[in-house]
Design a protein around this ligand. Structure first.
Ligand code: ADP
Length: 607
């Protein structure tokens, strides 16, 4: 796992989910914009609960009045009323469904926007420390799960509660003695639910963890780089075995989970038939005594069914609530991570043209107690080229990442034209810097779209000029669809050198005063090498350039060379001067480059 994990710790599965007041309040906040439709849902649920009482009551009327009176008219009215109730209930159900989706989908929508915006502001370190796929899961399935929480937990709970209250009231109003008899079994349903719920919750969590494990195996072995690793080290069998194992375990857990509570449910079903039997027994006795009508008994039993079913459904509530709270907590964990690199109060626009970039005693650590940089001081003079050289892992990339504040220096300061870079707004600072990385990322889209990403307003001529200057125009023109050729995962594949030249053209279009470049280490053929050198020359003209240099030609042409070793600057100067000194530069030059004199190309350092 990447560094900085301690800082972005969020998937601690061991903590117990508590439905605290604060959490509830926070969840509730998402509903407040939709209080009107929510109120309507409550109204509809109440109405439905009351309407649901009518059919049994109408049946009572049929048995006790229409039939004994042999009144066809009354019978027809009662049957029609019953039919009307059913139709109205159905319509209300449709309306309520609409309202449910309206509210839940809007909450999902709001949360997704909020999450996207939030994640955009997270620092680079966050993305290098989260598990692969984690962000996508959080953004998609977790947030979408909220919709289920609303529909199956909140609405279900409210609906069951209303049905319970109205039915209970109706029963007690009809005959309190019978009602008491009917509800006597209810505690039998409720008492064991917590224990059952806990058991099911534990199983559900275990299953979830197994699935996460399984996803990890899938992501690690069936992704491009993971696949390569697996194939090249012929680890297919081991990987398959480990996949099969977690798969079997997940299956077992799922079976256990779905069986958990079956016995309990069976017992519940038995209890639910005890109630009506008691009613028939005692109600029958009252009927024989002449105190009760047949219709009342039938209605009572029907209403009792209406009472038991929400009680039974509510036995799942414990698990549902815990699951929902956990879901919200997972999402809120992300929201709670502070974007550590933000604009300071009173920060102003950066103007870097013609300004020196100065590092003053800069220190930085990805992980506490493991400094990646310490005491780094140097000046990259305006309009000059500074080359960073040194062994792999020395800290060159880290130094360059601090300038656009992709990471924040933990000590010392970095200034541009004498002003601390933290006093500039992030946007303006970054607009002054062009970054050419080793592996250029081109998104799925045409070459033109990729180029215009840097400056959407550039004209077709601007684009072509930039590409000419980056020595890539002729190549692009030679493609079947020229600038409209699709690149990226689903488009044509470009070589590293071609991509880097496109990336140079992209930065040329943006035309910032400061250029930071990580030269490609991959060996290129002489022609590509030549093109890249020329492209770089064009890019760096009149700019302040900081290049992580791997090629001798770049190093020799640099105005200033910084030799980075173990997180600090070991030597600095120009090529001849450094070569004359004893030290790591000469070692690097002689060992890695291997040629003593004369040659101007080749790789002096390697990653
Ligand atoms: P260079 O560019 O000179 O090869 P880097 O600046 O990439 O070196 O790395 C300097 C040190 O910081 C190395 O020890 C490397 O392992 C560590 N490092 C680089 N990037 C990260 C990161 N994202 N998280 C943690 N450590 C890192």
């Amino acid at each position: 796992m990447g560094p900085g994990h301690a800082k972005f710790k969020f998937d601690d599965d061991s903590r117990s989910t508590q439905l605290s007041k604060a959490l509830l309040l926070r969840i509730f906040n998402y509903f407040t914009p939709y209080w009107k439709p929510a109120l309507l849902v409550v109204g509809v649920l109440c109405l439905s609960a009351v309407l649901g009482l009518l059919p049994p009551i109408l049946i009572q009327q049929i048995i006790d009045r229409a039939l004994p009176e042999r009144s066809m008219r009354l019978l027809a009215i009662l049957v029609l009323a019953s039919l009307a109730t059913t139709v109205i209930s159905g319509l209300l159900g449709v309306w309520q469904n609409y309202l449910n989706s309206f509210i839940s989908q809007h909450i999902v929508h709001d949360m997704k926007n909020q999450m996207y915006r939030h994640l955009q502001r997270m620092p680079l370190q966050f993305f290098s420390s989260v598990r692969q796929g984690e962000v996508i899961t959080r953004m998609t399935s977790d947030i979408s799960g909220i919709q289920g929480v609303f529909n199956s937990t909140i609405v279900n709970f409210a609906s069951n509660l209303f049905v319970l209250l109205t039915t209970g009231a109706a029963l007690f109003l009809m005959n309190w003695k019978l009602a008491l008899l009917g509800v006597i079994v209810v505690p039998l349903f409720i008492l064991p639910t917590r224990k059952m719920g806990n058991m099911r919750w534990k199983l559900a969590k275990q299953t979830q963890e197994k699935f996460a494990e399984q996803n990890q195996v899938i992501q690690e072995t069936l992704s491009l780089s993971g696949y390569l690793l697996m194939k090249l080290f012929t680890r297919e069998e081991q990987e398959y075995r480990s996949f099969k194992r977690t798969n079997a375990e997940a299956t077992q857990l799922q079976i256990r989970e779905s069986m958990a509570g079956r016995w309990f449910m069976m017992a519940l079903t038995t209890f639910t038939s005890i109630g009506p039997m008691l009613i028939y027994l005692y109600g029958g006795y009252l009927f024989i005594q002449g105190e009760l009508t047949v219709g009342t008994i039938v209605t009572f039993v029907a209403l009792l069914g209406r009472l038991y079913s929400p009680v039974m459904q509510m036995t799942n509530l414990y698990v549902d609530i815990k699951r929902s709270a956990a879901l919200f907590e997972r999402i809120f964990d992300y929201f709670d991570m502070e974007p550590v690199i933000v604009d300071q109060a009173g920060s102003g626009p950066a103007l870097a043209a013609g300004k020196d970039i100065v590092f003053q005693n800069v220190g930085f650590a990805y992980q506490p107690d493991k400094p990646a940089l310490h005491g780094v001081s140097f000046t990259a003079a305006a309009g000059t080229l500074t080359a960073l050289v040194g062994p792999s892992g020395a800290g060159k990339t880290t130094i360059t990442n601090l300038i656009p504040r992709l990471y924040e220096a933990s000590s010392g300061r970095i200034t541009i034209g004498g002003t601390d870079i933290r006093e500039f707004t992030l946007d303006s600072l970054r607009s002054q810097i062009g970054l050419v990385t080793q592996d250029t990322y081109l998104f799925n889209g045409t070459i033109r779209e990729n180029l215009l990403y840097a400056s959407p307003d550039a004209t077709a001529d601007d684009v072509e000029d930039a590409c000419r200057a980056a020595y890539i125009h002729d190549f692009i023109e030679g493609l079947p669809e020229g600038y409209d050729t699709v690149v990226g995962n689903r488009g044509i594949k470009l070589s590293g050198g071609e991509k880097q030249r496109i990336s140079i053209a992209r930065v040329l279009l943006k035309n910032p005063p400061v250029i930071i470049m990580d030269e490609a280490t991959s060996s290129l053929d002489t022609l590509s090498e030549h093109y890249i050198q020329e492209a770089m020359r064009g890019l760096l003209r009149n700019k302040t350039g900081i290049v992580i240099a791997h090629r001798l030609s770049t190093i020799i042409s640099a105005d200033h060379i910084l030799v980075v070793q173990n997180g600090s600057i070991a030597q600095e100067g120009v090529h001849e001067q450094l070569l004359a000194e004893e030290g790591i530069y000469r070692d690097l030059y002689e060992k890695q480059f291997g040629v003593k004199d004369g040659a101007t190309t080749g790789i002096i350092t390697s990653k």
